[in-house]
Design a protein around this ligand. Structure first.
Ligand SMILES: Cc1ncc(COP(=O)(O)O)c(C=O)c1O
Length: 417
């Protein structure tokens, strides 16, 4: 393993996290491979938490960014009008929204996902003049206080330092509770004690929550409830949007249209910071500067996002993800689950989870370490970190995908001995 310097433990805050799990000193990256300073190779099933769907250093997107940089072009322009922004809007409209019959206005938010979640919260409350929000058990929406109030893991919530209010949690789709019936029940019951919500925020597949894939029927029901009770439906597509599930937007498979959609992570195409809130035009009631921020105009992100959309369409990424999903699912079914009856798997597109809960969550942690020792970077998710989360770049080569899957299998075999 790389002998990395103590500068990090001396200088960097204790809050650092992923570097503790994957303690290499990385310097180069190409598609789904990462290389340390001393040239140790790792396969990347982590994908920087879903921010590199098009792979590290995607050559097409990189070219567009390098061309843009080769002139003295504007880099940060706040929300000034620029050619790069106009070109991105035009591509988004013509190549993504129009073909899907989606009519959204686009708000450029501060550069992290959580900032766009904050914008969506403010806008939902402002439109409906209600403070309460419904979110789901297992949800992850970010770390700033509004988003954190909708985020469920206890460690993150404790970090907030103040009470996290104005959110009611309802169960996500699961086998124990009919959450749709429960939501209807509390909305109908004038003695439920739960304030009527401005919006329901949902991830159509909970990523951090343990790769929980909501069914099409459940998502349709959710849309119907929102229509029936005049509640906004907000889809947080920060982690599972931009092709991850085999569709550009994760909600497409359910044939629903959310009132607002939040995008970040892979939308910039190249791993650069960018966050957007898409909203139905009639919801666009912020006054100028009401949700301001310095870094809402990173031009390299606009250039990357435009090139990313072009790449997505030119390479039929939706179909490509669905093809690769079959490879992963077959492998999990035939090579992994058979190793121990207590293991299970679930997923969609290019996000899959191996559930260790019945085998003991600690084994998932050991497995992730073991994978790293053998050259695979893979994260954990879910309750007690019990789910090994497979989330390679959508562009991963088939041979490297299989190589990564084989490392998981070998690691599991060594644990189960
Ligand atoms: C679904 C979802 N929402 C919001 C966020 C927060 O995004 P960011 O970390 O960029 O603030 C994340 C990050 O993992 C996420 O997965």
């Amino acid at each position: 393993m790389t002998n990395y310097s103590s500068i990090y433990s001396e200088m960097e805050s204790e809050v650092r996290s992923y570097c503790r799990k994957f303690p290499g000193e990385f310097s180069k990256a190409r598609n789904s491979e990462l290389f340390t300073k001393d040239d140790t190779r790792y396969i990347d099933f982590f994908n920087m938490a879903g921010s590199l769907n098009y792979g590290h250093n995607n050559p097409y997107i990189k070219r567009a960014i390098m061309d843009y940089l080769s002139e003295d072009t504007v880099i940060n322009a706040m929300d000034l009008y620029t050619e790069a922004k106009a070109a991105f809007f035009e591509t988004m409209e013509k190549q993504i929204l129009q073909p899907r019959n989606l009519n959204y206005k686009v708000m450029c938010c501060g550069p992290t996902g959580t900032n766009a979640v904050e914008a969506a919260l403010k806008l939902a409350r402002k439109n409906k003049r209600r403070t309460n929000i419904f979110a789901f058990s297992g949800a992850f929406h970010g770390m700033s206080l509004g988003s954190l109030a909708m985020t469920t893991d206890q460690t993150s919530r404790e970090g907030g330092g103040i009470p996290l209010n104005n959110v009611t949690f309802v169960p996500y789709e699961n086998n124990q509770v009919d959450s749709i019936a429960y939501i209807r029940h509390i909305l109908e019951d004038d003695h439920s004690g739960i304030d009527f919500p401005a919006a329901i925020f949902v991830e159509t597949t909970q990523a951090e929550g343990g790769v929980n894939v909501a069914s099409v029927e459940w998502l349709k029901e959710l849309r119907a409830i929102c229509d029936e009770y005049d509640i906004l439906l907000v889809v947080d597509d920060i982690q599972v949007g931009v092709g991850r599930t085999g569709y550009f937007f994760s909600f497409e498979r359910a044939g629903i249209v959310p009132d607002m959609v939040i995008l970040s992570k892979s939308i910039s195409g190249f791993g650069m910071p960018m966050a957007l809130l898409l909203m139905k035009p009639e919801l666009d009631i912020f006054r100028p500067a009401e949700h301001n921020g310095t870094f809402r105009g990173n031009q390299l992100s606009f250039v990357g996002a435009k090139a990313g959309i072009e790449y997505y369409n030119d390479h039929c990424m939706g179909e490509e993800v669905q093809r690769k999903a079959k490879i992963v699912e077959e492998y999990l079914k035939n090579e992994i689950i058979l190793l121990d009856a207590r293991l299970s798997y679930r997923g969609i597109g290019m996000i899959w989870g191996i559930d260790f809960m019945k085998l003991g969550a600690e084994n998932a942690i050991v497995c992730s370490h073991e994978c790293f020792e053998h050259g695979l970077i893979i994260e954990l998710a879910g309750r007690h970190d019990s789910v090994l989360k497979l989330m390679p770049a959508l562009t991963i080569e088939d041979s490297i995908l299989l190589e990564g899957l084989n490392i998981i299998k070998d690691s599991l075999i060594s644990i189960l001995k």
